[in-house]
Design a protein around this ligand. Sequence first.
Ligand SMILES: Nc1ncnc2c1ncn2[C@@H]1O[C@H](COP(=O)(O)OP(=O)(O)OP(=O)(O)O)[C@@H](O)[C@H]1O
Length: 239
Amino acid sequence: MNQQSMADVTQAPALALSGITRTFSEGDQPLHILNGADFTLAAGEMVALVAPSGTGKSTLLHIAGLLEKPDSGDVFIGGRNCSDLNDEARTEIRRNDIGFVYQFHHLLPEFTALENIMMPQMIAGLARKVAAERAQELLDYMRMGARAKHRPSELSGGEQQRVAVARAVANAPRVLLLDEPTGNLDPVTANYVFDALSALVRASRVATLFATHNLELAARMDRAITLQDGKIAPFKPQG
Ligand SMILES: Nc1ncnc2c1ncn2[C@@H]1O[C@H](COP(=O)(O)OP(=O)(O)OP(=O)(O)O)[C@@H](O)[C@H]1O
């Protein structure tokens, strides 16, 4: 890599989407869910994605997280165009550079909170001891330190989601994608999980895109966006 292209990559946004299209079909009618979506997300930035059900939020997150390919358009992670990468390279980027949190925690039921957070680190090749230390640190940060040895079924919904957030950032990803992570929680618990998450985002400078129907939470993020006719548009959560 020459000096110019290295500078381009280091100064690049954590995530950039360019001209993303995705069409599904409904019977014999095409459904243009994404129709030229453009978006950039900087390190340490926290952006709310607020849009009515069925407009394509999950589809957008799956494409941004390299879980699905768009019909056309490009996804850049840390300035690297991921469009033409093979499955192995995409999996590698997903493992190292992207964290996901979903509405339901998807923690492994037979493992403790600590082990759940160790898992992605060990898959990425870290030694057990190092992974355990980092997992405990993250649990402490999420004010879950005393629950390290509990299995998911022994934790409340809010606690499970805090473990899921800790697991998602365990490998220090560049980009954190959250698909309604508080959708299943009462408002007080949702706020509590959000507080812990935003402290973590500020401290780690992970670029965060957070799909939510909760306008109060959206108003607390750096900015909000919506999907309009398959494109990204700014959104004002209040007023
Ligand atoms: N694999 C697929 N095949 C066909 N249609 C699909 C597929 N995936 C999504 N869709 C359709 O695309 C539209 C957008 O779905 P998506 O899940 O992205 O919406 P969403 O905004 O996340 O909705 P919600 O807020 O309800 O989760 C929906 O109408 C959905 O039925």
